[in-house]
Design a protein around this ligand. Structure first.
Ligand code: GLV
Ligand code: GLV
Length: 324
């Protein structure tokens, strides 16, 4: 008998087809995310839940189905799931690491370049028919080549961002909870600094930490005030890592120059001021949004989900304690 799986949103075609073939599948019929009540309804009687980063999965949802075998997240980040509650209930939680590293690093660079060179602002200017011709003072941005790049966090994605900096002759400094080995620092050509020093010395600061209690509002008023007035902050990680209200103030009063944001504290809502600020490039959480990457993430989530449903240990387990 095929395992019963509840999927909270349509996946790209390839993983969708695999899941439909190998599982007795129920899918969210809407093109929107589900309410908590709808998720609770959906997971009753199924073996596996395949969910998204927009679904908050807490203990109450898990208790709606005491026979739930797995929670497979279609994302590398899993802050949307109460992993401790899942572990307590012996439910494996899985994610999709690795496959979105490069696309997310590319997106961080896209935002960095767009903010530095005022690409989105220029686009709006041309589209609104305001452009009267080339001008020597128009949209002067900040130099990227040779500038110092500071990375907060040094996981896979930060390392991929660091590699790309070599092409721009940018010195890369980083802070991470645990320092890399000397060999890795040399291989990546990155230098370790204290957290405050990275903020103080960088022209571009890019955030690459997972969201957890320790990293919520890691960047607030104090941290922004350490940054150079000419600097840019990039966030492709998770919105709540930055205190968004403090960021708005820092961008308004010139504490920092600009921001490139892909993630927000209360998605899909932004601090209202952000919508109208020209020194912010805003993207709708697109880090992993390429056809190839989303397909790989889907395949990985399906594989994780079906592995557990079929009695096997999943390849990308977040809470290995449950098998201890
Ligand atoms: C995307 O934000 C992810 O965590 O996969
Ligand atoms: C996520 O993939 C990370 O470790 O950076």
């Amino acid at each position: 008998m095929k395992p019963k799986v509840f999927l909270t949103r349509q996946l790209p075609p390839e993983p969708m087809k695999r899941l439909a073939e190998q599982a007795d599948l129920t899918v969210n019929p809407h093109d929107r995310y589900l309410t908590k009540a709808e998720i609770i309804d959906g997971i009753r009687g199924v073996d596996g839940l395949l969910c998204l980063l927009t679904d908050t999965i807490d203990g109450e949802i898990m208790d709606a189905n005491p026979d739930l075998k797995v929670i497979a997240n279609f994302a590398v980040g899993y802050n949307n799931i109460d992993v401790a509650a899942a572990t307590q209930r012996k439910i494996p939680v899985t994610n999709t690491p690795g496959v979105l590293t490069d696309s997310t690093a590319d997106m961080a660079w896209a935002l960095l370049m767009a903010a530095a060179r005022r690409v989105a602002e220029g686009d709006r200017f041309v589209r609104t028919r305001q452009w009267g011709g080339w001008g020597p003072l128009q949209f002067m941005g900040t130099e990227v080549t040779g500038a110092t790049l500071g990375l907060i966090g040094m996981g896979r994605i930060a390392q991929a961002v660091a590699k790309r900096a070599a092409g721009f002759n940018m010195p890369v400094i980083y802070w991470n909870r645990t320092r890399l080995s000397a060999a890795d620092e040399q291989r990546l050509d990155v230098q370790y600094r204290s957290f405050d020093e990275v903020l103080r010395s960088s022209d571009y600061v890019s955030i690459h930490v997972a969201l957890c209690d320790e990293t919520r509002h890691l960047i607030g008023r104090r941290e922004l005030s350490l940054m150079k007035p000419t600097s840019t902050i990039i966030n492709t990680a998770r919105g709540p890592v930055i205190d968004e209200k403090a960021l708005v103030v820092a961008l308004q009063d010139g504490t920092i120059q600009s921001a490139g944001l892909d993630v927000y504290e209360n998605e899909p809502q932004l601090e209202p001021e952000l919508y109208d600020m020209d020194n912010v490039v805003i993207a709708p959480h697109l880090g992993s949004a390429t056809v190839a990457t989303r397909t790989k993430m889907g395949n990985m989530a399906v594989e994780n989900c079906l592995a557990v449903c079929n009695g096997n240990r999943p390849p990308n387990l977040v809470n290995p304690d449950i098998y201890a």
